[in-house]
Structure formats: C-alpha cells, structure tokens
Write a protein that binds this ligand. Structure first.
Ligand code: ADP
Length: 273
C-alpha cells in the first residue's frame, strides 16, 4: 500500500499517533479507490453492450433490411440485453451478499438434491455453449445436509460448474465430487481439465471483475463476478473456498463445509415430566 504523507505537523502527539492516523487515512483512501474502480468497472461493463444495442437499433431504423437479416440483428440485440440482465442480476446478488454476514435463509439443503439440479443445468449450458455435452461426471458419495440458503448455495456451486464448462474445451472432461465428512459438513470440489491458471493470478481470482482473459470470459457470458459471489456465499456458510491449478493441466475449485453446529439428524432429547 502506498504511504500517505500527512498530518505530521497537524497532530503534535508523537510519532505513534501520526503513524496511526496515516495508516487510517491509507485504509480510507484504499476503500475509496476500490469503490471508484468498482463503479468504473460496472459502468464499462454496461456501456459495452449498450453501445452495441444502440448501434443495432440505429441500423434497423435506417436500413430497409430483408426479414432474415432483420431477425439476425434482433437475435444479436437480444444477446446483448441478456448480457446486461446477467450482469445486473450478479450485481444485485453480490450487493445482497455483502450487505449481511448471514445466509438469507436457514434451510437444511441436501447436497445430492443440489447437485442433481446442477447436473441438469450443466448439460444444458454445455450444449448451449459447445453444441454438445462435455464429459461431466458427478461423483456424489454419501448425501449430507448443509445449513443455509439453497438459492445462495446453488448460485455458488453452479458458478463453479459453469466456469469449468466455459473454460474447458468441449473434448475435455469435468468432475464434480462431493465427500461428506463423518462429523457433518464435507468437501465439494469441481475439477476441470481446462487451461489451468498461472499461480500469480490465484490470489486475485475472487476479486470483483478480475479476469485473466477478458474476451474469453465475455464471449462465454461471464460477468467477472462469479468467484466473488462464490467466496461470499462460502464465508456466509462457514465454509472455505480453495483453488488449486496446474497450468496446462486443469483447475480444482473446492468448498470445505465445516460441521453444522446442530446435527440435522439429531432430535432434541425430551425429558420425562
Ligand atoms: P468470469 O465471469 O469472468 O468467469 P469469475 O469470477 O467466475 O468471472 O472468474 C474470474 C476469472 O477466473 C475468469 O475470468 C477466468 O479468467 C478465471 N477462471 C475461473 N474459473 C476458471 C477455470 N475453471 N479455468 C480457468 N480459468 C478460470
């Protein structure tokens, strides 16, 4: 972090005090810079599809197009509108997640149920992006229940599966693994055989809008917010996200869920009156 030269003459309380104040101001400045970055990023992400949309509208208004051509333009416009919708949905989700430290619901979420839903959607996404289904194996082990919000957990897990599908070529394989821990909780891991991630990117991957390859991310419908959402959802569910990757071999994104504070299968003991 950059040092802030300030206040040495304003606060004659000794060096310690000056140092403390300088550090506080650095933190405030950093937060402000991050906020500015974020707003700039959001504006840019919205402006790009908007510009394209406005361009198509103008073309449609000014050129007498044949029907097939007109339909093609409308299709492209709908894609841009969809991109903005996805972005706004991700932004709203992230803002809700950052607003409170607790999950939005306290259900007992069956991991098998969650993964079955994801398996269906994974096939659909893979077909849509690649025109065929990649080899996606689900290795589910024993079922277990996780305390928290189904909506949030689904969003986190499907973000990881979606990334694996989007960054792994069609002829390569993906594995989704669940291993329940005997004491509750467990590990959910999404492993791909895609391009992998160079070690210098790993620490920044969960930052909002951090992308290694911008155009690759955008072309496949990425908003750059997915892993930030995953990290927040994990934190809110007392879980931890761990990323391992070997460039050229593939990546593995794992969420470690700690045992719940109350075991779902245990009923409270009733004392006889
Ligand atoms: P995006 O919408 O761009 O995918 P994410 O936050 O989900 O945003 O991911 C951030 C970046 O991390 C991506 O842009 C991509 O560069 C990289 N990434 C994420 N998942 C993978 C993966 N499975 N394989 C390779 N790179 C990945």
């Amino acid at each position: 972090s950059k040092p802030v030269q300030l206040s040495v003459h304003l606060h004659p309380y000794g060096e310690g005090r000056n140092l403390l104040l300088s550090r506080d101001i650095t933190a405030v400045e950093q937060a402000e810079a991050m906020r500015r970055d974020f707003v700039a990023n959001v504006s840019h992400e919205i402006r790009t599809p908007l510009t394209v949309l406005a361009g198509f509208v103008e073309t449609l208004q000014s050129l007498p197009l044949e029907e097939p051509e007109r339909q093609r333009y409308l299709g492209l416009m709908s894609q841009q509108a969809e991109r903005m919708q996805t972005l706004v949905n991700d932004l709203l989700m992230l803002s809700r997640l950052e607003g409170s430290p607790l999950p939005s619901a306290q259900d007992w979420v069956s991991v098998h149920g969650l993964l079955r839903q994801c398996r269906q959607e994974a096939g659909d996404l893979s077909r849509m992006l690649w025109g065929e289904t990649q080899d996606i194996a689900f290795d589910m082990g024993e079922d277990s229940e996780i305390a928290g919000s189904l909506t949030e957990l689904h969003s986190a897990v499907f973000n990881l599966i979606g990334n694996a599908i989007r960054y792994t070529p069609a002829d390569k394989s993906i594995r989704v693994v669940w291993r329940a821990s005997p004491v509750g909780g467990g590990m959910l891991s999404v492993q791909d055989t895609g391009p992998g991630i160079a070690p210098e990117h790993l620490p920044r991957l969960t930052e909002r809008f951090y992308r290694i390859d911008r155009s690759r991310s955008r072309d496949t419908g990425g908003t750059g917010l997915g892993l930030a959402i995953v990290k927040h959802v994990a934190q809110r569910h007392a879980a931890e996200l761990s990323i391992e990757s070997v460039p050229g071999k593939g990546s593995s994104f794992s969420i470690f869920f700690s045992p719940p504070r109350v075991r779902p299968t245990l009923q409270p003991i009733r004392l006889a009156a």
